[in-house]
Ligand binder design. Sequence first.
Ligand code: ASP
Ligand code: MG
Length: 405
Amino acid sequence: MRVVQKFGGTSVGSLERIRSTASLIERSVRQGHETAVVVSAMSGETNRLLGMARELCEQPQARELDALVSTGEQVSAALLAIELHKRGIGAYSYTGMQAGFFTDSRHSRARIQRIECKGLLEHLERGEVPVLTGFQGVDERGNITTLGRGGSDTSAVALAIVLKADICDIYTDVDGVYTTDPRIVPTAQKIECISYEEMLELASQGAKVLQNRSVELAMRNTMPIHLRSSFEDVSGTLVTSEDETMERASITGVAYNRDEAKITIRGIPDHPGIASDVFGPIARTDINVDVIVQNVSEDGTTDITFTVPRGDFGPAMKTLKDVCKEMKARDVKGDDTVAKVSIIGVGMRSHSGVARQMFKTLAKEGVNIQMITTSEIKITVVIDEKHVELAVRALHSAFDLDAKN
Ligand code: ASP
Ligand code: MG
C-alpha cells in the first residue's frame, strides 16, 4: 500500500512527540507500506512567528511573512527526518520549494497549481521516507508562498493525489469526527465513516478538524482521508465518497454555531432589484451573509432577514442603516444573541419526515425557531443562543445518535 501520513502541530509539538510520531511512521514502513510524510509546524510556532513580525511592524509585507512562517514546518520536517534516520530509515526532509509544490503568487492564501515530485517517487520505491513541509509552496518566480492557516492538510491531500496513494492519513489530537460536540452531549459517538459532503457541511458549521479546502480537493479526486489520533492507537473517521449501497441512518450529525447575528430590514417598498440593493453594499464590505429569508406582505412591502458572523454585526448594522434610508425602508433591527443548529446527513435524501421530526423535537422543548433553511443534506434553524445546548441534546437523541449503554 502507498500512504501519505500527515502530522499536525501537536503530533510534532515536542521532541517526545516527534519520537512517538516517528514510531508510527516506522511501523508503517516496517509493514511494507510506501510512506510519504507531511508535517505542520510545532504547535504554537506559526503564531509565535507571526507575533514577532507584528511586533516589528503593523503590516509586514505578505512575501516576508510567508518566508517567515514557512520556517516552522522546516524545523519539524528536519527533526523528524533526523529521528527516523537514527532508527535506520532513509528519511529526507523537503521544503515545499524542493518538493516542487508550485502555487500562484497570492501570499498567505496561495493555491497549488502543480506538483513536480519525481524524486519523491524514487524514494518511495527504495523504501525511503520523504518528509515534506506542509502549508508551503513556491510561485513561478521563486517566491515562497503559503496556503492559508491549516494548509498542511491541503498539502497532504494534494501529495496523496499526485503520488496516487491509496489513502491520506491525517493524524491530529482528536480521534475522529463526532456525531456532535462531546462537550455538550457526552453520549456523542465517533463517526466511523462520513461522506465528503457531510464533512464539508459539518466543518462549515464550526467543526474545524480539517482545512475545508483539503476536503474539497479530496472529494474532487476521490482520495479517502483517514482522520485519526496520533496519541491513541485506535481507528478514527474515514472521510470518503458516499456509498449508495450502505444502509444509512437519516442523520449523521448535529452541528451548532454560536458565532451568529441576525439582522432584519423591514418595510422595504417591493420591486425587482431590492435584494441586490440590500446585499450589494454588504458584499462590498466583505461580510459573508448566510441564512436569508425574504417575506412579502400584502401592503406591497418586503422584509428581509439574514445572518452574519457575530464579529461583523456592528459594521453590517451600520451599512444596513444607510441602505435603509436610501431605500426608504421602515427600519432595521438586529440581534446578536442568536445561534444556528443544523442536522446533517446524506440519509436525508432517502428518508422522509426528517424536517417534521426536527421541528417537532424543538417544539416539545419549547425552543422557538426564528429562521429555517435547508439543503439536500442539511436543515438549519436559527434560534435564541440560550437554547443551543438544549436543542443540540434533544435533536441528538431524537435522531437516535446517542451511544447505547
Ligand atoms: N502551521 C500552519 C498553521 O498553523 C499550517 C498548518 O498547521 O496546517 O496554520
Ligand atoms: Mg490543522
